[in-house]
Design a protein around this ligand. Structure first.
Ligand code: 5GP
Length: 140
């Protein structure tokens, strides 16, 4: 499938759709998931037209995973979860719903079942607070 430049993450990259951003550099952007699976659920995307992990250059993939680790460390410092899931879905069959490559950073606070989808949209003010808490640990 060809990359669709009108997917919502491409729109976030172009500034056409708002997002609660926590980190940005030349190659990557990190922002809060609008329907968080847990408190602090954050997404990291490359600034490249890549639908999935197979489409991205090694250099951009390296940049994306390094940003993922950097932001995950800040998420961990901000929310002090018991554990941290870092995951990435390729293709609708795997559960991918937005077709611009992204890594999920999902803090885990308690044992139990887990699904990537099915949560309602979160209060934007709460997402803004969470983004600020993460940024505080990236700035320091
Ligand atoms: P996927 O299933 O493709 O791996 O994950 C897509 C993620 O994007 C989901 O966790 C979903 O909650 C999130 N998402 C979908 N639309 C938006 C949006 O408009 N803004 C943000 N920040 N996240 C979104």
């Amino acid at each position: 499938m060809a990359y669709d430049p009108n997917n919502v993450f491409a729109k976030i990259l172009r500034g056409e759709v708002p997002a609660h951003k926590v980190f940005e550099d030349d190659a990557t952007l990190a922002f809060m998931d609008i329907m968080p699976q847990t408190r602090g659920h954050t997404l990291v995307i490359p600034k490249a037209e890549a639908e999935n992990i197979f489409d991205l250059s090694p250099e951009m993939l390296t940049a994306t995973i390094l940003t993922t680790r950097k932001v995950a460390a800040a998420v961990r410092a901000a929310f002090e979860p018991e554990g941290m899931m870092i995951g990435q879905l390729n293709g609708a069959m795997a559960g991918q719903t937005v077709f611009h490559l992204h890594f999920h950073i999902i803090p885990r606070y308690e044992p139990g079942g887990f699904r990537f989808h099915g949560k309602p949209a979160e209060d934007p003010d709460l997402l803004a607070d969470h983004a600020a808490a993460i940024r505080a640990h990236l700035d320091s």
